[in-house]
Structures are given as structure tokens and as C-alpha cells.
Design a protein around this ligand. Structure first.
Ligand SMILES: *Cc1c(COP(=O)(O)O)cnc(C)c1O
Length: 362
């Protein structure tokens, strides 16, 4: 039997573990920040019809540049952030925002280059960085998981990275960044600045999006996804907004026909039903705010959240709490700083099960 170690795999991949949020079959899966509301019957029918429409043309390659889909995404962003003024040439799409991030690193990172992030943050940023042959440099967020402009600027000036990752709202902490911090980084960054806004649609009112900074900042890239608020994690569709020159750069590294005709049709149909899909967001935001309040009332420490999950603690033995919940059918995520746990916001019934299970586990 051949083992992985017998293969002439890249030296820098030896000993690595694959990405592994547990995929367990449990009654209450609150571990990967999905939207808990499945598509309605009406939307299921529309998605089926859209797939049937392209099925007869699957002998042909899809639109390589996904122009119609990108136009729909630009129109959606304009409703999300009025005045963003986005057009098809400033939007790019791929198979999940993880693929978007990989393409960004393939174009702007690579061997001899570095990417910088502020931990605790999304665990895939360093993974995708290193897979692309880029060196990862770690800086840190503030004590309350925010990021003061001065701290961010100091890290960027010290390391002079080719790519800076800012996650807002941040995963796994839920905290959003101020536009001042993002602007300060843009002022000093020698390379590209990526603001990962996977959870933007969940932000509390008054929390701005970095989309409003795109004008005048050609090195800013804002990434978004249909996996979270849009309730389409299974469809695999991520996208970005940036200067048209950034899109041109990504055309150099994307694989030809990377986005299947089926994916494009499904995503366009979902966008056409955007109001329905995003209809659950308001309820999830309320559920999130209730959850933060409840956890605090229970005497726990909770990070402010602008996302559809909440980071709470602190537990000297978080593994025991995580297992206690799992024994009661509730799967949450053991992620982030060592004494904290993250729970995704689900339906009222799921949150009731979480509350009961947590009380019993503590
Ligand atoms: C979930 C997540 C993503 C990406 O997910 P895709 O499903 O690949 O679009 C990107 N960034 C952050 C911070 C996330 O939490």
C-alpha cells in the first residue's frame, strides 16, 4: 500500500491536514454558518426549470466570462449598497469565495510573496495562501477582536505584504471593522487589500460595507458569497467587486470555463429570487441579537456579532462543553481562540435546542 508520504508531494504540503469542519449527521447542525432555511417549493421548482433549460446545451462549454451572472451580481450589490455603482466589468464570480481567494493569490501572491492576516480570523486564509505558494504572515486583532487602525497600519508597515486580508464581519468572532481601519490600511498597503465580506448581509444597521470605498481605491477587493445569507452554500458561488483592472488580472489565472453552466443558471435563478432568499436574514439577525443577550444573561462572555454566528466563552475546557452539546444532538464549532466556542444562528427551534443543551452541559 502506498501512503501519502511515499509520493513525491510538495515539501511544504507534507504533514498537513485537510480542511476538516466535522460533517456529522446530527439533529442540530450549528457549525458551518449556513442559512438554516432551505429554498421554498416555488424556488426549488424554478431551480429545476433553470437546470432543465441548460441541460440540453451541456455538450457545449459555458460562457467563460459568466457575463449575464456578473451583471445580475452587480445589480444585486447596487441594491445592497446603494451608490456602489457597480457594473459587470467590476464584478467577478467563481466556485465559492474560496476559489475567488485562490485566484486573487494566484494573481497577486505566489512564491517569494507574502500575505498578511489578523488572527483570530478565517482559517482558510492561511491555507489558501500557502497552497498558492505564498508565505503567510500572522498579525493579531485587538483584545475585543476589533482592529484599531494604528495596530493594523503598524503590522502592514512592518511586513509590507503583497496581499492583506481583512475580514469584516470577521469569522469566527463576528466583529466588523470600521471603515477608518480599512481606509488606514489602504493608505499604507504596498499591495492588494482584500476585505472578505462573506457575512456582510447580516451586519447590524449602521455597519458600513467596504463596497463604499471601491471608488478611488483600485487595489481594494471586496469578496462576497452566496453560501451564507443567500442560503445557497450547496451551489458554490462566490464573487468579488473591484476595479476592472483586478478582474483583468484574474482572467489570467482562472481556469477556462471554471464556472459550469449549471452553476451559472442556478446562481442567476437564486438572484432572481433574492428577496425570498434574503427574507430569512432579518429573522436571523433578530435571533442573533437575542442569542447574544441570552448568553450574556447566563454570565458568559460574548463577542459583538454582525454575522450569523456568535463566539462565546470562556471555558478552560472547551472540548468538554463542545462534547456535552454533541451528546445532546447539537453540533457547534470548536474554533478560534482556545477558550471560546462558535455557534451558528439557526431557526428558533434549533436555538431552543442549543440553549437547553448548553444549560445542561455547563
Ligand atoms: C464561509 C466563508 C467563506 C466562503 O465560503 P464559500 O462557500 O467558499 O463562498 C469565505 N470567507 C469567510 C470569512 C467565510 O466564513
Amino acid at each position: 500500500m502506498t501512503s501519502l508520504d511515499d509520493l513525491p508531494i510538495r515539501d511544504d504540503l507534507r504533514g498537513k491536514e485537510p480542511y476538516g469542519a466535522p460533517q456529522l449527521d446530527v439533529p442540530y447542525a450549528l457549525n458551518t454558518n449556513e442559512n438554516p432555511y432551505p429554498p421554498s417549493e416555488r424556488l426549488v421548482k424554478a431551480l429545476g426549470d433553470a437546470v432543465a433549460d441548460v441541460a440540453g446545451t451541456l455538450n457545449r462549454y459555458p460562457d467563460r466570462d459568466a457575463v449575464a451572472l456578473r451583471a445580475d451580481l452587480a445589480a444585486f450589490l447596487d441594491t445592497d449598497t446603494p451608490g456602489a455603482g457597480l457594473t459587470v466589468d467590476r464584478v467577478w464570480a467563481a466556485n465559492g469565495s474560496n476559489e475567488i481567494l485562490l485566484q486573487i493569490l494566484q494573481a497577486f501572491g505566489g512564491p517569494g510573496r507574502t500575505a498578511l492576516g489578523f488572527e483570530p480570523s478565517y482559517s482558510m486564509h492561511p491555507v489558501i495562501t500557502e497552497v498558492s505558494g505564498t508565505r503567510w504572515v500572522n498579525a493579531f486583532r485587538d483584545e475585543d477582536f476589533g482592529l484599531e487602525a494604528a495596530r493594523a497600519v503598524a503590522a502592514v508597515e512592518e511586513h509590507r505584504p503583497d496581499v492583506v486580508f481583512l475580514t469584516s464581519p470577521n469569522n469566527p468572532t463576528g466583529t466588523a471593522l470600521t471603515l477608518d481601519a480599512i481606509k488606514a490600511v489602504l493608505e499604507v498597503a504596498p499591495g492588494m487589500v482584500v476585505v472578505d465580506e462573506a457575512y456582510a448581509e447580516f451586519r447590524r444597521s449602521g455597519t458600513p460595507s467596504a463596497l463604499t470605498l471601491l471608488d478611488g481605491h483600485p487595489r481594494l477587493i471586496v469578496t462576497r458569497t452566496m453560501s451564507k445569507a443567500f442560503a445557497m452554500a450547496g451551489a458554490r458561488l462566490g464573487y468579488l467587486a473591484a476595479d476592472p483592472a483586478v478582474v483583468e488580472a484574474l482572467l489570467l489565472v482562472r481556469l477556462p470555463y471554471h464556472l459550469s453552466a449549471v452553476t451559472q443558471a442556478v446562481a442567476r435563478t437564486a438572484l432572481a429570487h433574492g428577496e425570498e432568499l434574503l427574507g430569512g436574514v432579518e429573522a436571523l439577525r433578530r435571533e442573533r441579537d437575542d442569542l447574544v443577550g441570552w448568553l450574556r444573561a447566563e454570565g458568559l462572555t460574548v463577542a459583538d456579532s454582525d454575522a450569523n454566528f456568535v463566539l462565546f466563552g470562556t471555558f478552560p475546557d472547551r472540548r468538554a462543553v463542545w462534547e456535552g452539546l454533541l451528546e445532546r444532538g447539537v453540533l457547534i464549532r470548536e474554533v478560534g481562540p482556545p477558550e471560546w466556542l462558535r455557534v451558528s444562528v439557526g431557526t428558533p427551534a434549533e436555538m431552543a435546542a442549543f440553549r437547553t443543551a448548553l444549560k445542561e452541559s455547563l
